[in-house]
Each structure stands twice: as C-alpha cells, then as structure tokens.
Write a protein that binds this ligand. Structure first.
Ligand code: MSP
Length: 579
C-alpha cells in the first residue's frame, strides 16, 4: 500500500509558506481572507503530511496611504495601523487560521533587519544613487515600465486611476544585473511560478528587459514621519514595497527559524503583485546570498455577485459578511466554499449567495456530512454503535465475497443490481487518493487535493447505494454470511471515511474534529494542541487497517449531523458589524 508514493510522503524538508502582508489603511475583506485561507489549508495539509511547517502572515504598515488615511481619521499613522492590524488579527483568528506568527512591519525585529539587508546591498554596490523619471501609480505605490504604462493608457492597471510622471533622485537596486540569472531559475523551475498562465506572463515581461528599480523615496517637507530611513542617508526612506518584501526573511532570520528559509519556501499572493514576488524579490535574495523561493503562486481575484469589488461601489465582501455566513452555515462551510470555489487558478471567481447554498448542499450537507452520519447511524443501528470484533479490516475489500452476498440480498429482495460486474476496492481507492492528494500539494493545488478527498466520499456513497447494507440487514437470519458481509461493508465505509476525513481536515478542521470525537478517532490528532498536530505522518495515519485505522470494538456514537441541509430560498445572511 505504501509503494509509488509521492515524494511529499516522506519529505522532511521544512516547509515555509507566506501570504502578502496586507496594507493597514483599511479593514480586511474576502481577498485577504482568501489568500490567507489557502495558505492555512496548505500549511495544515503539510503538517498533516508530517512536515515541520512555518506559516507567516502579517501587515504592511509603512505605506503612504496608511499615513494619509490615518490623518483623515485623526489618528497618528501608528495608531491607525494598530487599529487595522488588530482587525486583521481578529479576522484571521475568527477564520481559524493556524499562522505561526503575524508580523507587523512597524516592529523593530522587522525594521532592524530590513535596514541591515539594504545596507548590505549598498555596501556591495547592488544599490546605488541615481535619477529616476517614470510612471508612478499612486494607488499602488509603484513605478511602472513605459511599456506597461502605455498598454494601460497611462492609467493604473489595478485601479484605472491616472498614472503620474515623477522625477526623483533615488537609490536604485541593479535589477538589470539579474536578468540572465532569473531566466535560468525559471527555465529549470528552480523557482516555479504557478499557475502556468501566470508564469508565461512573467516570462513575457522579463523578455522586454529589466531596468534598475528605485528602492527609496526622497523625504519631502510635510511628509509624515513614517517608514524606515535609508541606512546611510537620512533624507531618504526605504521604498515601502522593498521593505515589505523583506518581511519574509526578517521574520525567520533568527537562530531558531533560519531552517525554514533554508527549507522549501512558498510565497502566495494574487496576480496583482506577482512581479514583485517573482522578479524583484528573488533577485534581491540572490544579491543577499540567500536561496530564492521554490514556489511563487499567484491566484486570480474574487468578485462579488458578478461585479468587481471596489471602494466606490462599496461592495467589498468584508469579514463581517463572512462571519454572518459562518454563523448560519458554520465556519468550516465558509472555509470550504472559499477554498474549493475560489480563484486559485487563472480565472476570477464570483462570491454569489445562490452558488454558496448550492455548493453547501451538494458538497457538505448531501455528501460529506450525509455520508458520515449515514455510516455512523448504520453502525449504531446494526451493531449497537460498536465496530464488531470479527471485523478488523481483514474483511475490508478487496475480498469480494461480501459484495456477492450483498448482491444476493438485493436479488432476494427483488431489486437486483444493474451491473453485476461492478467491483469496489476502497483500500486501493483511498491509497491512490492519498497519493494524488500529496502530488497536488506539491503544486499548491488545494482544489484538486480537496476534490480528491471528496472523491473518497463519492466512492463510499456509490458503494452504499450499490451494496445496499440496509437490505442486507433485513436478511441477517435468512442469508448465509449476511452478518459477515454487513460488517465488512460498514467497516470498509467507516475506514474509507476516516481516511477522507483526514484529507478534508485542513479545510474543515473543526467539523472533522467533531467527527473524530463521535467516532472515537481522537488519536488522529492531539486535541490539546491548537496547532493541529497529528500523532503520526499522513502516510501512516491513512494506512488502511494500519496502526491508526478503525478498530474492532471501537465505538462509533451517533453524533449530530455535521451540516444541516440549507433551504435554497432562504435570503442571504447579512453582515452584522463587529468592529
Ligand atoms: N502590502 C502589499 C503586499 C506586500 S507583500 C510583501 C499589498 N497589500 S494588499 O492589502 O493590497 O493585499 C493584496 C493581496 O490581497 C493580494 O495579492 C491578494 O493576496 C489579496 N487580495 C486583495 N483583493 C483580492 C481579491 N479581490 N481577490 C483575491 N485576493 C485579493 O498588496
């Protein structure tokens, strides 16, 4: 069962996953929650695999727009940043994210090291002083190349607002020196840019050639005292983007954490900021003598009920609305919907109430939840809630004879099966699914990973429909071997669902923990550890009839339904302001 496993199964390299650090000019919305959720699911899944994981998120605080909004709100920049950083922290706690740290760029631990990196680049000649004239996008606080500016009619490609022509004396990072090195990294996938459509865009832009990039801003009169000064020149501040990128390294540049940078690094973000992460940051790292990230993953955008979200339309899906959905359908249902229906690939995704209810019913109420309670209920009804002693996995499929008995029972009941040659091998099915899951994780393909987990539930559902244990149960006294067959079928279903629940748990940690508690599978993870650590690596936990499988004599109590069916006509929940 353990042959042909993905390389991930025994991967001992530490795994480091990051999200962008978010601007604190405003409160968190679905976009911020989504990226952080994908990182959370990936982090939980890698912990489940058995890897040493570090998951970082945080806030980017030294942007001009933070000090501007602070002034509009009669607060100092730091006060305003703190109000919003706290909102991000609260939102992420609410979403049950398992981040190992939350960095604020106003913290000394970040500022000191970011400044030291810039100093090193200055000393090495990778950063130098020069004049700069270029197209500046004030809404994004970034300069664009002439080509990109022209392509967008000299408007911001992100907000559509006009670009400004600015001339500045600046410090520059000699990005142009790293063109061929970068090309090599992408050619041999030393740095993999995902999804592939995004990689092609980056390669296309890279071909146009790299210029040196400004890494400082001259301090003007009247500027808020906000940001980190250039280490050797008080009249300049480090450009907020350059400083922000450093967070990924500053936070783990300590004796205890350095192993994470030396392990496998994955940066997650949306397509808006891919260039910084795929080009500028790896080049800076190379200049600093540090290893580049292994994966740079840029997803697409959420839109709301068919319309792009914007401040002017006021249609941002904020954390309060997600909280209202969680209140009604459970937090894990919200996590499930966002993770499986989100813009992980190249295309944008729509948050629409009707779709939410459809997915909730189809995937959770009628599938995962229903299958788990059905099997639990049958074990309760036919075996008084205890997995029978005769059944310790050895009757699990592929023994085939139980299926024959089930067919016979159906024939006796006058309802013969349509396809007498159909076979089921749940042991093999779960082992292959686990393998596929591990492979998908290597590509941060969380959607495929979760669909693979759910394919086990679908197979169990088909198996139950086909083998009709309820029909078999009526012939226990009249049909030879009926008891053995019933035990074998229900054991196989329970064991397959146990494995499915493991694979589903990174997306739905609370609901799967609820199942483990009613099925007495608490040994799968240590409930006292909030960081969702498991007692063994996935490959052991998911072993059919292995040390952690469902055992003879194990009681499976009848629990509450994990997900109640939702009425499709119910109105959408409404946000209740919490902050
Ligand atoms: N502070 C910079 C990032 C610096 S990282 C070194 C920044 N912050 S941001 O607050 O604007 O966050 C941008 C990120 O938020 C996107 O890359 C994405 O991760 C997330 N999203 C914001 N809006 C989004 C959607 N509509 N849909 C999906 N995710 C989006 O840029």
């Amino acid at each position: 069962m353990t042959s042909n496993l993905s390389s991930n199964a025994s991967n001992q390299t530490p795994y480091y996953i990051t999200t962008p650090i978010y601007y604190v000019n405003d409160r968190p919305h679905i976009g911020h929650c989504y990226t952080t959720l994908i990182a959370d699911v990936a982090a939980r899944a890698q912990r489940l695999v058995g890897r040493d994981v570090f998951f970082l998120t945080g806030t980017d605080e030294h942007a001009e727009k933070v000090s501007k909004t602070a002034a509009e709100n009669n607060k100092t920049p730091y006060e305003w940043a703190t109000i919003n950083a706290d909102r991000f922290k609260a939102a992420f706690e609410f979403m049950n994210f398992s981040n190992d740290d939350f960095v604020r760029t106003t913290e000394d631990r970040h500022k000191d090291k970011a400044s030291a990196y810039i100093k090193q680049l200055l000393d090495q000649g990778d950063i130098e002083l020069g004049d700069y004239e270029g197209w500046y996008d004030p809404s994004q606080e970034e300069y664009l190349t002439e080509i990109v500016a022209k392509e967008n009619n000299y408007n911001s490609p992100v907000t559509g607002k006009p670009l400004e022509k600015r001339v500045e004396q600046n410090y520059f990072f000699r990005l142009d020196n790293y063109q061929s090195w970068l090309q090599e990294q992408f050619a041999n996938d030393t740095i993999q840019i995902l999804p592939s459509a995004r990689k092609n865009e980056v390669l296309g832009r890279l071909k146009q050639g790299l210029m040196k990039v400004p890494v400082s801003r001259k301090i003007k009169e009247g500027d808020a005292d906000w940001g980190i000064k250039m280490p050797t020149d008080d009249s300049h501040r480090i450009y907020v983007w350059i400083e922000a990128l450093c967070n990924y390294l500053t936070t783990v540049d300590t004796d205890n954490r350095r192993k994470y940078w030396e392990g496998e690094v994955t940066h997650l973000m949306a397509k808006d900021i891919l260039w910084f992460h795929a080009i500028i940051w790896p080049a800076m790292l190379h200049a600093l003598g540090k290893q580049p990230p292994k994966t740079v993953y840029a997803h697409a955008y959420w839109i709301a009920e068919g319309t792009k979200m914007s401040k002017s339309l006021g249609n941002f899906i904020e954390i309060d609305l997600l909280a209202a959905y969680a209140e009604k359908y459970s937090l894990d249902a919200v996590r499930w919907f966002l993770t499986t229906q989100g813009p992980l690939g190249a295309n944008d995704a729509d948050f629409a109430h009707a779709r939410f209810v459809e997915v909730y019913n189809a995937d959770l109420a009628n599938s995962v939840g229903n299958s788990m309670s059905r099997v639990g209920n049958m074990v309760n009804k036919y075996f008084d809630g205890t997995i029978p002693a005769t059944c310790n996995g050895q009757f699990g499929f592929p023994d085939g004879s139980s299926l024959q008995t089930a067919r016979k029972a159906l024939e006796n009941a006058g309802k013969p099966v349509d396809d007498p040659n159909r076979t089921f091998d749940l042991a093999k099915f779960t082992s292959e699914a686990t393998n596929k899951y591990l492979e998908a994780l290597d590509r941060v393909d969380i959607e495929t990973a979760l669909d693979t987990a759910r394919s086990i539930v679908r197979e169990v559902d088909e198996f139950i429909s086909y083998s009709a244990p309820f029909t078999l149960a009526k012939q226990l006294d009249t049909l030879d071997d009926a008891k053995h067959a019933l035990e074998s079928i229900l054991y196989s279903c329970a064991e397959a669902l146990r494995i499915a629940s493991l694979l589903l748990s990174p997306a739905m940690p609370q609901k799967m923990a609820q199942l483990w508690s009613t099925w007495n599978c608490k040994h799968l993870s240590d409930p006292t550890d909030s960081n969702s650590s498991f007692v063994a690596p996935l490959i052991e936990l998911a072993q059919w009839n292995g040390p952690h499988s469902i055992k003879a004599g194990q009681s499976i109590t009848k629990g509450d339904a994990l997900f109640m069916r939702a009425d499709t006509n119910e109105p959408a929940p409404e946000a209740v302001a919490t902050s």
